[in-house]
Design a protein around this ligand. Structure first.
Ligand SMILES: Cc1cc2nc3c(=O)[nH]c(=O)nc-3n(C[C@H](O)[C@H](O)[C@H](O)COP(=O)(O)OP(=O)(O)OC[C@H]3O[C@@H](n4cnc5c(N)ncnc54)[C@H](O)[C@@H]3O)c2cc1C
Length: 384
């Protein structure tokens, strides 16, 4: 039986300077009313102007080489940036996905020309990416993708549909998992490739999907005879399945899940200062203990990334536990707020709680469902 790997790493005090800089910037932006904090900000709160400011300060592309517009820093430093922006509920949604998973994929699998062209623009907070995995008939069963790319004289011709594509309406590119040749008998992992599609091309149609909160942060994306140049292939033709496994580990490895609703807790604690009943102390203590534990696990994953390890199973476990906490946190904060008459809730508290509740149903689905995460964990423990 294989074990999980969550090394204990003591934070370097020097990193606290970076944290202080970020906190000062975020406070300044919030005080200037340049953003209103929101739960699930990395998914649903996008402001290209804010992303450009982050880019200017060197807080996007932290871990890549300066040759490609990056900043030659560690995954632990990047962790601090993600942690502080999530805690603040800042509008980081425009650049988040490109910085988190597509830039590292370009570094691992891209050609030199792709890296030189795209990575500096991502680091500047000016180039955004969408994830093109799910389709109407392919979600957990991703190998069932039907959207195809056919080789033609001037590149690849793409036909089909992706769905739930977060941020596609503001993105410049989608990295799509496509069928480039038939499956090999029952082995459906064969014949899949990843192609980088410019979303402004003729034949691409993006239709918003409105969620319960009334926001439209994800989309249906249709491709009708879309022609992309040959050099838009990302990595190896037919190597898409292995590449996607690495991409999903990056998608799941950060602190997004357990910190998505942190702003709800922080706002409530400000409101409840000196007014909390003694029954609430145990509830609050349990929440903080869970947050602290997940922070330790997530910090350990950042350390594994610095060591060049792809933490697929650790990421699946942290995503599952983080999803549980992010939904539970909103419910528990509502219970804590029973100590405060509802007419005393500030407008900010009301707004944040409303958004938090209405955005929570999909939390256990996006990035892979809870059941699928538990399947990965069970396999790692030798139980399946
Ligand atoms: C807010 C949000 C944002 C998203 N953003 C994106 C995005 O940007 N790009 C993108 O490509 N996709 C995105 N998705 C899609 C997401 O990845 C899928 O919804 C998810 O993978 C589940 O797929 P599905 O919806 O087809 O459900 P299905 O796979 O049909 O699952 C239905 C149910 O069956 C269960 N199930 C399925 N297979 C198994 C199994 N092997 N073992 C046990 N139970 C199983 C599932 O847990 C689930 O409860 C997003 C989804 C949401 C909700």
């Amino acid at each position: 039986m294989q074990r999980f790997n969550f090394p204990v790493v003591q934070p370097d005090p020097a990193l606290e300077e970076l944290r202080a800089d970020l906190q000062a910037f975020l406070k300044e932006e919030r005080d200037a009313d340049n953003f209103k904090p929101e739960p699930e900000c990395w998914m649903a709160s996008a402001d290209p102007e804010f992303s450009r400011k982050m880019g200017k300060r060197g807080w996007i592309g932290l871990t890549w080489s300066s040759q490609y517009g990056g900043h030659d820093k560690s995954a632990l430093e990047r962790y601090i940036v993600t942690e502080e922006t999530l805690r603040a509920g800042a509008p980081v949604g425009a650049h988040w996905i490109a910085d988190r998973q597509h830039a590292p994929m370009l570094i691992a699998h891209g050609t030199e020309a792709q890296k030189l062209d795209i990575l500096p623009r991502i680091a500047a907070g000016e180039c955004y990416f969408a994830i093109g995995l799910s389709e109407p008939g392919a979600g957990s069963d991703l190998a069932n993708v039907k959207t195809s790319a056919e080789k033609v004289s001037d590149g690849w011709k793409i036909n089909g549909q992706k769905v739930w594509s977060s941020g596609a309406h503001i993105s410049h590119y989608m990295v799509a998992l496509l069928r480039t040749s038939p499956a090999d008998g029952r082995n459906r992992h064969v014949g899949l490739s990843q192609i980088m599609i410019d979303l402004s091309l003729p034949g691409v149609t993006i239709k918003p999907i409105v969620d319960l909160s009334g926001d439209a942060h994800f989309n249906e994306v249709y491709f009708e005879d879309v022609i992309v140049p040959e050099d838009c292939l990302l990595g190896d033709e037919g190597g898409g399945w292995a590449q996607v496994t690495g991409e999903l580990a990056m998608e799941r490895s950060g602190p997004e899940r357990f910190l998505s609703s942190y702003i709800t807790l922080e706002t409530a604690l400000r409101q409840l200062s000196g007014k909390m009943g003694s029954d609430s102390h145990g509830r609050l203590g349990k929440l903080i203990a869970n947050l602290r534990t997940l922070k330790g696990m997530s910090w350990a994953i950042a350390n594994l990334l610095d060591q060049g390890v792809s933490p697929e199973t650790e990421a699946a476990l942290v995503k599952d536990l983080g999803n549980r906490l992010e939904n539970d946190l909103t419910l528990q904060v509502r219970a804590l707020l029973n100590d405060l008459p509802s007419e005393d809730w500030s407008p900010d508290m009301r707004r944040i709680m409303n958004i938090g509740v209405l955005r929570s149903p999909p939390n256990t689905l996006r990035g892979g469902t809870t059941e699928v995460m538990r399947g990965i964990t069970a396999r790692q423990l030798g139980l399946r």
